[in-house]
Design a protein around this ligand. Structure first.
Ligand SMILES: [Mg+2]
Length: 349
């Protein structure tokens, strides 16, 4: 896969569009002002329009079939909610939530990716009933400033910086009072150095921003013209040539630079389950909700464990190890509300 294709594939919309409406294309054709145009030209134009319309129909059918097929394999966690509940019955639910694209919409400026008050209420509600962790590629402090809920676990920098909730939280464990885990702390100086180098190198590309996430870096290109994406990635790669201990991965309009250690969101999930006392437990039901490639590591861990479920947030079919799907953050909020409601009704019974 070429570098450019990789970007395009990540961002391309392949969802089945509404079928084209050929009738509508012809109702006003030709416009009265054009009735004197030659019959030949008119026929050619109409034929072209007809071909385009037919093409749309032909294109839409396989895309819709692909979408339906994907939804069958990864059903909505809302319509399949009762199945989720049945699988979780009698087990301790532990909730893992990605931030960008899961709790907040993807926005042009990553610094403005705030979550709504309603979403905060939904997360707060879930955390009242289940141990809950935010697992993000962002720096832990930054994601905490967005979420602002002290009762949660936070795993920043793709899980390389994990901290427990405040000791008052009912889900806090004794060893969770301080930082729980920072497996890449020796990389801090080099990450700072590369941050400075990348900021200087990419300054010539309008819209490119480099975010320092403490244990990893993000080069955002949401605001960069598509023709410049390849040049940007080449610049980033040229800087990284000097740092073989760092690796590059791609996310949704972002290039991620991380230490080359085997530690990802999947490791963070396992670490937190262990910290919560659920290592090798059959009575736990982790639910991980995320929208990006980096969340796939956590989905794979759940698949391998044969416990819990992964939920991919996506409007379009994507290769995923998640078992369920939700279309967007508003559906994540609805799912969290449903989970709380079902817990409350069980408590009343
Ligand atoms: Mg995300």
């Amino acid at each position: 896969m070429t570098k450019h294709t990789a970007f395009a594939a990540e961002d391309a919309a392949v969802a089945a569009p509404a079928p084209a409406q050929p009738g509508r294309r012809f109702t006003s054709y030709p416009p009265s002002s054009c009735r004197t145009a030659s019959a030949q030209r008119m026929d050619a134009g109409a034929a072209g329009a007809a071909a385009r319309a037919t093409g749309s129909w032909l294109d839409a059918a396989p895309r819709r079939a692909e979408h339906d097929d994907w939804m069958e394999k990864h059903p909505s966690a809302l319509t399949g909610f009762e199945s989720v509940l049945a699988a979780a019955k009698g087990k301790q639910v532990v909730m893992f939530l990605d931030y960008d694209g899961t709790l907040s919409p993807i926005v042009k400026d990553p610094d403005t990716a705030v979550m709504t008050e309603e979403m905060r209420d939904a997360v707060r509600g879930v955390a009242e009933h289940f141990p809950t962790a935010i697992v993000s590629g962002r720096c832990r402090d930054k994601v905490f400033n967005f979420v602002k809920l002290a009762e949660l676990y936070y795993a920043g920098s793709h899980g390389m910086d994990i901290k427990g909730p405040t000791p008052e939280s009912k889900h806090a464990k004794a060893k969770a009072e301080a930082v729980l885990c920072q497996p890449a702390s020796e990389f801090l100086p080099v990450i700072d150095e590369v941050y400075r180098a990348l900021t200087a190198t990419t300054a010539a590309i309008p819209g490119a921003t480099v975010e320092n996430n403490k244990f990893c870096l993000s080069v955002h290109f949401r605001c960069v013209q598509e023709e410049k994406w390849r040049a940007l990635e080449e610049q980033v790669r040229s800087v990284l040539k000097e740092y073989p201990d760092l690796r590059l991965t791609r996310g949704r309009k972002v290039l991620e630079i991380r230490p080359s250690i085997k530690w990802d969101k999947g490791n963070a999930l396992q670490f937190l389950l262990e910290a919560l006392g659920f290592a090798d437990s059959n009575n736990v039901f982790p639910i991980y909700i995320g929208d990006d490639r980096t969340d796939e590591d956590a989905f794979k861990v759940l698949r391998n464990m044969g416990q819990g479920i992964g939920i991919l947030v996506s409007k379009i079919p994507k290769e995923t190890s998640a078992s369920y799907s939700l279309r967007e953050p508003s559906e994540v909020k609805e799912f969290l509300h449903k989970l709380v409601k079902s817990k409350q009704s069980k408590q009343r019974d």
